[in-house]
Design a protein around this ligand. Structure first.
Ligand code: SF4
Length: 385
């Protein structure tokens, strides 16, 4: 496996990350929703100050790429009046809440996510690590596979608060109590030693034998893994996909012309109220093989990348069987996809890839050192048609 640098934090708006193509600035839209004006503003900022590449991230955020330090400062100044930044980078990092894009605006799940974000940006918020986050479902659970330390979902007439990796839960009678108990659980995580040297995840903390907090309910039924919603109609609009979750300012403007946007953790946009949106280059067909392919930024955008993985992923996509998935990653860090795929290819050189069948980038390698011209045949064996 190739070496890679673990930064332990994600870029934000106020704390951008240096990458191979300049600064990467991440925008955390409140409750994952952008008005058409906000979306048009962001598209313009990407054109003026970035390199015209915008990422849809697996945490339901937007990333502008290719900014200079001066462009970054101008972008922050433009975002501030719209409430798309926080008072400092630490506060921004704690506002890590993913809301189901299907949650009605102003409804119970919306209120829960809003109250958690408010509490986590207050001066007395728990000092959780940068990647610590919450996922709030509404109705049918769709966020069960989304990385989160504390999950919340409606249950009967109330709410369940589910720590990641626990066989117990907390209960709440209403949205306000659900948010309060979730934030109290984050305090408990910090106070019981969940954070070491600025890092820590709930699942690992529980695995190390952290004691249950008072009031927990044992044996609560958890929803199983949820199918990732693909492009197509949704209850509140239409989901449109984009290859590898990357969009252009033109595509963002075209989407904004159709309605408010909900950012999804599936690297797709949900356009509220839209029917069959026409956006150049968007994926509207749920059977498009590119919906089953993950590929990170790769070379030349990422300095840690060993190869241009997106070009290769596009080339290989048409060879996938209908039920197969492919993950091509520029190094073993696997930023684009932490889960398993039918075939995972890790670049170890410009023309060298390790193949892992039916596993993730962290599983044992099935075949090492394959050249690009070997990949179609190796993939055919990994993904028999
Ligand atoms: S997985 Fe891809 S984007 Fe992430 S560090 Fe490695 S090469 Fe860069």
């Amino acid at each position: 496996m190739s070496g890679f640098e673990i930064k332990g934090w994600c870029p934000g708006a106020l704390r951008p990350m240096e990458s191979g193509d300049g600064l990467v600035l991440r925008i955390r839209a409140r409750n994952g929703r952008l008005t058409p004006d906000e979306a048009r503003l962001i598209a313009g900022l990407s054109s003026r100050h970035g390199n015209g590449l915008i990422d849809l991230t697996s945490r339901a955020n937007l990333q502008l790429r290719g900014l200079t330090p001066l462009g970054h400062a101008a972008t922050i100044a433009a975002l501030q009046p719209f409430g798309l930044t926080d008072r400092d980078a630490g506060t921004e990092a704690r506002r890590n809440v993913i809301l189901s894009p299907f949650a009605p605006v102003g409804g119970p799940a919306w209120q829960v996510a809003e109250a958690i974000a408010r509490a986590m940006t207050a001066p007395d918020a728990p000092k959780v690590p940068a990647k610590f986050g919450f996922a709030v479902d509404a109705g049918t659970a769709v966020l069960t596979d989304v990385p989160a330390d504390i999950r919340l979902r409606p249950h009967g007439t109330g709410w369940l608060i589910l720590p990641d990796g626990a066989d117990w839960a907390l209960e709440a009678a209403n949205p306000a109590e659900a948010a309060r108990r979730a934030v109290a659980l984050a305090h408990w995580f910090v106070q019981t030693g969940g954070v070491t040297e600025g890092r820590g995840r709930m699942r690992n903390h529980l695995r190390r034998g952290a004691p249950k907090p008072g009031g927990s309910v044992a044996g609560t039924t958890r929803p199983g893994a949820s199918a990732t919603p693909g492009p197509g109609p949704a209850t509140n609009g239409w989901i449109v996909g984009f290859a590898f979750g990357q969009i252009t300012p033109g595509q963002l403007e075209a989407a904004a012309a159709l309605g408010p946007l909900r950012l999804t953790p599936w690297r797709a946009l949900l356009i509220e109220g839209a029917t069959l949106p026409r956006i150049p280059g968007a994926i509207l067909d749920p059977c498009d093989p590119l919906t089953r392919v993950h590929a990170c930024t790769g070379a030349p955008g990422c300095p840690q990348a060993q190869a241009d993985v997106r070009a290769l992923a596009r080339h290989l996509a048409s060879r996938l069987a209908p039920d197969q998935t492919l993950h091509v990653t520029g190094c073993a860090k696997a930023c684009a996809h932490q889960g398993p795929a039918s075939a995972t290819l890790i670049a170890t050189g410009r023309d060298r890839f390790d193949l892992i069948r039916d596993g993730s980038a962290h599983d044992p390698v099935t075949r090492a050192g394959l050249a690009v011209h070997d990949l179609p045949a190796a993939l055919a064996k990994a993904c028999p048609q």
